[in-house]
Design a protein around this ligand. Structure first.
Ligand SMILES: Cc1cc2nc3c(=O)[nH]c(=O)nc-3n(C[C@H](O)[C@H](O)[C@H](O)COP(=O)(O)OP(=O)(O)OC[C@H]3O[C@@H](n4cnc5c(N)ncnc54)[C@H](O)[C@@H]3O)c2cc1C
Length: 396
């Protein structure tokens, strides 16, 4: 039996993108129901870089202060060469950066960002938060959308937003491009207790090591109690699947890497191996009253650390479009796609292009390192401006 029909929007998926969308809609007076497949709302226990364009959305959603309270506002962006150990670049992101982009650059535990959004949503009675509600299908009709759950229940809504991640069920129906593509890389992720991390690595910023076919990043989260750690390796056709990995498994990918990096890779920690996936960009996310948001729309490799930021920007853009086009969900969702598709796709493409920069070998590695020699912080900011300066629909 169908549940009550109304002007509310159904959102498949209660990750960062889905919750931000519900909160953005609520702040503009629009009701929504969030349909999350999991038993509870939550995020896996790893870190997230939260660039100024992401923080600007959290501010606009009224949860910026809470998100920043638990985040580390970093002082620099540092990249080191994994072979020679030299610094490729070291860019301060203090006062001048904050003034230029309106916000600091932060690192945080994912659960803290997701938690701030969840508490924001819980404060609005117009948001219905449902767990154990896996979306399996939908039908559009003149008056709205009927969203079918795995239980057989049908939820009626004026429109449907697929914020259901990289394996989106909603995308399967409106884009139909099958499974996401493995890019031939793994990431080994861990939380390293601060007391085992060497003291000289306790720095108030992320350290990113770039090497031939590898890159590694680590930074402190949760009041410096743990370090978020991720080691990405290009594995070619090696097929190992996703699982907990033996502590020394990742080491095999790092022959000839710098001793400062090797000592971090040898720290005792529980590593989990994940396959890195993406999808090639598509020209259409919206079909009538149904659209996609976040990873469901433009899943990207994590190299630019912007996937969640793009989901947040999508969310506020979509909420504004719906609010500014009362009673016409189809036009609102078409407008949302028009406003977002070039920027989000540019970020998706740029993320993949960083593969060449991060993982350069031989003389290409030397060229990479030389490119940044003598570049001033202002020159870095100029080149990053397209990304970190928020679009008008966020600032407005
Ligand atoms: C290793 C790694 C590091 C990253 N680092 C960064 C970073 O530093 N900064 C950054 O901005 N981004 C980063 N990202 C990207 C970021 O994690 C994602 O882009 C972001 O989480 C996408 O949010 P989302 O809400 O679109 O999707 P998700 O977070 O995947 O949420 C989807 C939600 O939908 C639910 N769901 C799925 N299917 C259904 C269904 N059929 N019905 C109902 N519910 C469903 C899921 O349970 C989940 O709760 C990283 C990604 C990876 C893999």
């Amino acid at each position: 039996m169908a549940s009550r029909t109304s002007g509310r929007i159904a959102i498949a998926g209660g990750g960062i993108g889905g919750l931000a969308c519900a909160l953005g809609l609520a702040r503009r007076g629009i009701a929504s129901v969030v349909l999350e497949q999991a038993q509870s709302f939550g995020e896996v226990g790893v870190g997230l870089q939260v660039a100024p364009n992401a923080l600007a959305v959290l501010d606009a959603l009224g949860v910026g202060q809470e998100a920043k309270k638990n985040a580390l506002l970093i002082e620099r962006l540092v990249v080191r060469d994994s072979v020679g150990g030299e610094t490729v670049f070291d860019v301060p992101v203090g006062a001048a950066f904050r003034e230029r982009f309106g916000n600091p650059y932060a690192v945080a535990h994912r659960a803290d960002i997701h938690g701030a959004l969840l508490r924001g949503c819980e404060a609005y009675p117009s948001i219905e938060l449902r767990t154990r509600s896996r979306v399996v299908d939908f039908e559009s009709h003149d008056a709205g959308v009927s969203v079918r759950l795995a239980s057989g229940e049908v939820v009626a809504a004026a429109g449907l937003v697929g914020a259901d991640g990289v394996r989106s069920q909603v995308r399967a129906k409106i884009v139909g491009d099958g499974e996401p593509v493995a890019v031939g890389a793994y990431i080994y992720r861990a939380l390293i207790p601060a007391d085992v991390m060497p003291k000289d690595e306790h720095k108030p910023y992320p350290t990113l090591w770039v090497g031939p076919g590898t890159h590694v990043i680590y930074y402190p989260v949760r009041d410096w109690s743990v370090f978020n750690f991720g080691a990405t390796v290009l594995a070619g056709s090696v097929d190992r699947g996703e699982a907990e990995a033996a502590p020394d498994e990742a080491l095999a990918w790092f022959p000839g890497h710098h001793p400062d990096l090797m000592r971090i890779l040898r720290l005792p920690a529980r590593f989990n191996r994940y396959i890195i996936r993406h999808r090639p960009p598509v020209e259409r996310w919206t079909a009538g009253r149904v659209t996609l948001l976040g990873d469901a729309a433009h899943p990207m490799v994590q190299y630019l650390a912007q996937g969640a930021a793009m989901a947040l920007e999508d969310a506020i853009c979509l909420a504004n479009a719906v609010a500014e086009t009362p009673g016409d969900v189809e036009r609102a969702l078409a407008r949302y796609q028009d406003l977002r598709i070039v920027r989000a796709t540019r970020v998706q493409m740029s993320s993949l292009m960083l593969d060449k920069f991060y993982h350069a070998r031989g003389v290409e590695r030397l060229v990479r390192n030389s490119v940044f020699e003598g570049r001033t912080p202002e020159e870095f900011y100029d080149r990053l401006s397209w990304l970190y300066r928020s679009p008008a629909y966020v600032r407005g």
